[in-house]
Structure formats: structure tokens, C-alpha cells
Ligand binder design. Structure first.
Ligand code: GLC
Length: 571
């Protein structure tokens, strides 16, 4: 009897132990690597939803539209910068990392937003601009005031060359095309900028700078943000010996290489130290474990190099980097196949690729695709079923087009810098020199100002002319709309483990010049995704299986329509 008593105690103990550890395991599974299976929506707050009739979106507007994003199935939002800034680069020029820009709201409002996000089991990613500050930041004001103030070396200062010290320290150009050095009369020295002249680069060779910025990161992590999108992390270090940049045969930058005006930005971008920096930043982030936080870096460059941001010399760094090659990838099956193979090669498990086709700097996708909605739907099917983290730039789900705004009228600092460029040259390129063109307001409905701002308000940028045909309300009610394809594929992805965490295998037997096909496999379940990237109607030679989703609601089982994509559950 006594023994039996002990035995039941033991059983109870084992039972409790198993339950507790299972509980933890489940909890951990939820916490662990959540970013790998998430879907991210990028909000450009200025253009999202204006609740106070000033023509500019605000944080209250973000709160009000969270239900929409949740209904669409997005799990994470990334908001472009809303901290204090003179707004010359609309927030990417920060003058105070600890304050909210008054046009967007207050800290209290931000905290409410974060609560609202978390209460919906969603995540919020903060856009952290570490590389540079605004020239109106107190740090820069102090640093530029003399050569011997306590922050004298917080930025990158150099004497000029030549007899009178008036020649720039070297030949470097910034990513935005301009010369990288600006003369400062007070210090009688030049300061370096990797982007525009009002965005002085911080000097990360100075440990106090690093610590100050890591404290900024901790401040936001303490508030509860779920991670950071790191603005031009590729620019964080530059060669301290100022080696001359070599010539390049390319005039304009591409998604593969950092080149501008025939100069290869070899010594001021993508320096070895950047990779080490990522691992140091990882350590800061790892101080926060429940829940885990994410780091997503913005860098151009080839995958075989930039994968080192994520893992280098045996150490973990960022969780992901944007893979911008996809943005300008020609819409061809073979190209997509090669791109995917490359992603799988350099971002194999435990790393994860990113799937990004647009953002607040680049031409709108639907315009890039020549206005072809079927192609846009196909791209979405690829984006939400391939292995990787999908990013939707606001309005891509309804197909907001590029809104033509002449350079001369541009509010964007890049447009202002290039305002003398002949407009006909600008019009020839699919890439945009005036980023206003991809930042025009969200189209919510067919009322005045497309429902972005009150009827009596003046939106900060013009609303796309075709807003009566293209808007959220209208597309919600049309089962064949682009929006509903996005919604369906996002929901299918989140309900189907194979689609958000399965292995990816190229379905070689179905790939051709016209078709790109791959499997997603998880725990014995296999899904085939077939994308007809041509306009031809193709005879169906695919395996038997249930068609879970097609980009064409009137699909025929025996044929694949032009630009049709399908997801099949293999038998
Ligand atoms: C990044 C941002 C861009 C900004 C620049 C400088 O490329 O995406 O909008 O202007 O960095 O911060």
C-alpha cells in the first residue's frame, strides 16, 4: 500500500514534469524564430492614414488600421521612422532617438499602438537609423562646434587636402550619388556622409558612439518593440585610412553592386567590420529573450557576400538581410529559378532569405510589371510560398501604381538634389529619382482623398488618379481582386506548416523556360507550387492532387492559363 502510494506520487510528478516541459516547449516554439514564419507589412506612416486632417498620416492612423492588416493575415508590421526629425528625409534623418515626431503623435500614443499590436498577437519592428543622424541632432551640433569638444570624434571629420585644405579628403561618393564630403566652416574640416549631406555618418570606430547607439536600441527594446529594421547597415563602417575608391564601368547603381557615377564604393561600404558589428549588435538583442527580437538589415550587394551579415566567422549576426536582387529581377521563369537557388544556397537553414519586391525607395511593383495584375498575383503567390520572409510595402496588395510627379515638384531629398536632371531622362528609367512617386497615400475607398485624409484636407502628396477603381474597399468586395489573392495566399501560408517552415526543393521535372515550380515539404506533406511565368496557355502535366489555390479563380484543371500560379497538395 505504502509502495503504491509512492508510485502514484511518482506518476503525478512525472505527469507534471512532462506537462510543464511540454508547456515550455510549446511556449518556446512560439517564441523561437517567429520571424522565419512571419509575414511583414511595411507602413510608411506619412502616407498610411491621416486622422487629424493635416494631410499627413499618423500613429493614431496606424492603430485604426490594424484590424485591416490583421484581417489580411499579416503578422508583423514594420513602420518607417517616426522619431523626431526635421523631415528632410522624412524621418531617416533623426534629430532625437528618444522622442516621437509631433506630427505623428506622442510616446503615450506609441505605447498604446504597441499594446494594440501585441493584443492582436502581432509584432512591431522599429526602423532604426544607426548609420547617421540628422545634422540637427545635438550630437552633431556639439561635434561640429570645435575640434576638441567631448564629441569631437563622434562623426567622421577630416582635414581637406591641398595647400588651403579646401580639396575633399578623397574621391568617395555617397550612395545617393553626391560627393561624400561636406565642408563645415565652423570646424574648418570636412565631414563624411554615406547618404545625403544633411545626414552625417556616425563614427563607429569610437566606442562611445557604439555604446550610445546600443543604448538607443535597448530603450526601444525595453519599450517592447519586437526588433529592428536596420537602415543602410552596409554603410556602418568605412575604411579609416580613406583609400581611394576604384573606377567602375557602371554609371548607375544596381541591386547587385554598389556603384555610382562610374565609381565602385569599395572602401566606404560593406567593410569587414560591418559583419563583426552585426554580431555585437546580436549580443545586445540577445539580452532580450522573452520574446526573442529580430534584426533585419538593409544592404545592397551580392548574396554571396551579404549573407555574412547573418553568420560570420562562427558567430550569429542579423537574422536576415534584404535581398534586393529580387526587385529588379526580370519576370522570367529561369531567372526566378536561379534566384531561388541562390537564396537557398546562401541562406540555407538555419538562415532565412527575405522576399522583397518594393519599398519606399523603389518603383511600385505594378508599374514595373507594366500594369499587369495577373503578373502581380503570380508574384504574390511566389512571395508567400517560397522559403523566406515576405515583405509587402503598403499598397502593393491593391496595386497602387507609380504616380508621376515631376522632379521639380519633388519633396523627396533625392529629387531635390537631382532637380536639374532633364525630365525626359528620368522618364526613360523604370527606377525612380523622385521617391515621392512610390510614397503617395494609401487608397482606402472611393471617397475624397481616397479616404486617406478628410475631404477638406490636402494630402502631402497627390493621391493616385485611379483611386476610384483601385482601393481597399472595392477590392475587398471583389473575389477576383489582387487584394483577395494576397489575403488568400497569406492565410493559406499561415495555416500550412509546409508553406511557412517547410523545406524548399526545386521541382526540376516541371521547370522550363515558361514555368518555375518548387515543392514545400514538411512532416510528410508535400505541396507543389507551379508558376506559369509566360502568357501561353499550357497543358497540365502536373501530378494529381487537390488544387488549394490558383491565382485565377476560373482555373481549368487540365490547363494552366497564362500567368497562372497554383498550389497543389500532392497525393
Ligand atoms: C535607406 C532608406 C532610405 C533613406 C536612406 C538614408 O536607404 O530606405 O529611404 O533615405 O536609407 O537613411
Amino acid at each position: 500500500m505504502k509502495h503504491a502510494h509512492h508510485f502514484s506520487f511518482l506518476l503525478l510528478f512525472v505527469f507534471l514534469f512532462i506537462n510543464i516541459s511540454l508547456g515550455f516547449a510549446q511556449e518556446d516554439e512560439k517564441n523561437d524564430d517567429w520571424w522565419k514564419s512571419t509575414t511583414v507589412y511595411q507602413i510608411y506612416p506619412r502616407s498610411w492614414y491621416d486622422t487629424n486632417e493635416d494631410g499627413i498620416g499618423d500613429l493614431e492612423g496606424v492603430i485604426e488600421k490594424l484590424d485591416y492588416l490583421q484581417e489580411m493575415g499579416y503578422e508583423t508590421i514594420w513602420i518607417s521612422p517616426f522619431t523626431e526629425s526635421p523631415q528632410r528625409d522624412f524621418g531617416y534623418d533623426v534629430s532625437n532617438y528618444y522622442k516621437i515626431s509631433p506630427q505623428y503623435g506622442t510616446m503615450e500614443l506609441f505605447e498604446r499602438l504597441l499594446d494594440e499590436v501585441h493584443s492582436r498577437k502581432m509584432k512591431l519592428v522599429f526602423d532604426l537609423v544607426m548609420n547617421h543622424t540628422s545634422n540637427e541632432h545635438e550630437w552633431f551640433k556639439e561635434s561640429s562646434s570645435s575640434r576638441d569638444n567631448p564629441k569631437a570624434d563622434w562623426y567622421i571629420w577630416r582635414d581637406g587636402r591641398g595647400k588651403h585644405g579646401t580639396k575633399r579628403p578623397n574621391n568617395w561618393r555617397a550612395m545617393s550619388g553626391n560627393r561624400a564630403w561636406t565642408y563645415h566652416p565652423e570646424r574648418k574640416q570636412f565631414y563624411y556622409t554615406g547618404f545625403l549631406p544633411f545626414q552625417p555618418d556616425l563614427n563607429y570606430h569610437q566606442p562611445d558612439v557604439k555604446n550610445a547607439m546600443f543604448d538607443v536600441a535597448r530603450f526601444w527594446l525595453d519599450k517592447g518593440v519586437d526588433g529592428f529594421r536596420l537602415d543602410i547597415i552596409s554603410a556602418i563602417y568605412e575604411d579609416s585610412t580613406l583609400r581611394r575608391n576604384p573606377m567602375s564601368i557602371h554609371m548607375v547603381p544596381s541591386d547587385k553592386s554598389l556603384t555610382i557615377f562610374f565609381q565602385h564604393l569599395k572602401h566606404n561600404f560593406l567593410q569587414e567590420e560591418s559583419f563583426e558589428f552585426s554580431t555585437e549588435l546580436r549580443n545586445v538583442i540577445d539580452e532580450y529573450d522573452h520574446p526573442k527580437r529580430v534584426l533585419i538589415g538593409e544592404s545592397h550587394g551580392r548574396e554571396d557576400l551579404i549573407h555574412r551579415f547573418c553568420y560570420d566567422k562562427g558567430k550569429n549576426g542579423l537574422n536576415a538581410v534584404f535581398l534586393f536582387n529580387a526587385v529588379s529581377m526580370p519576370f522570367k521563369a529561369k531567372k526566378y529559378r536561379k534566384m531561388t537557388e541562390n537564396f537557398e544556397r546562401y541562406f540555407a537553414e538555419p538562415l532565412v532569405p527575405t522576399l522583397v519586391f518594393a519599398n519606399h525607395d523603389r518603383t511600385r511593383t505594378i508599374t514595373r510589371l507594366g500594369g499587369n495584375v495577373n503578373k502581380a498575383k503570380l508574384l504574390a503567390m511566389f512571395q508567400f510560398t517560397s522559403r523566406g520572409i515576405p515583405f509587402t510595402y503598403f499598397g502593393e496588395e491593391i496595386g497602387i501604381p507609380r504616380v508621376r510627379i515631376p522632379l521639380k515638384e519633388g519633396k523627396d531629398a533625392i529629387a531635390i538634389q537631382n532637380r536639374k536632371t532633364p525630365q525626359f531622362l528620368v522618364n526613360m528609367s523604370i527606377e525612380t529619382l523622385n521617391r515621392d512617386e512610390c510614397r503617395t497615400p494609401m487608397l482606402w475607398n472611393s471617397s475624397a482623398n481616397a479616404g486617406f485624409s478628410a475631404a477638406n484636407a490636402q494630402p502631402w502628396l497627390p493621391v493616385a488618379e485611379n483611386f476610384k477603381e483601385i482601393n481597399v474597399e472595392k477590392q475587398m468586395n471583389d473575389k477576383n481582386s489582387q487584394l483577395n489573392l494576397f489575403k488568400n495566399v497569406i492565410h493559406l501560408r499561415s495555416q500550412t506548416p509546409a508553406l511557412h517552415k517547410g523545406k524548399l526543393e526545386i521541382a526540376d521535372e516541371y521547370c522550363s523556360k515558361k514555368v518555375f515550380a518548387y515543392y514545400r515539404i514538411f512532416e510528410g506533406k508535400k505541396y507543389l507550387v507551379v508558376l506559369n511565368m509566360s502568357k501561353s496557355v499550357l497543358k497540365n502535366s502536373f501530378p494529381k492532387g487537390q488544387i488549394l489555390l490558383s491565382t485565377n479563380n476560373n482555373y481549368k484543371a487540365d490547363f494552366l492559363q497564362g500567368y497562372e500560379g497554383r498550389i497543389i497538395l500532392c497525393e
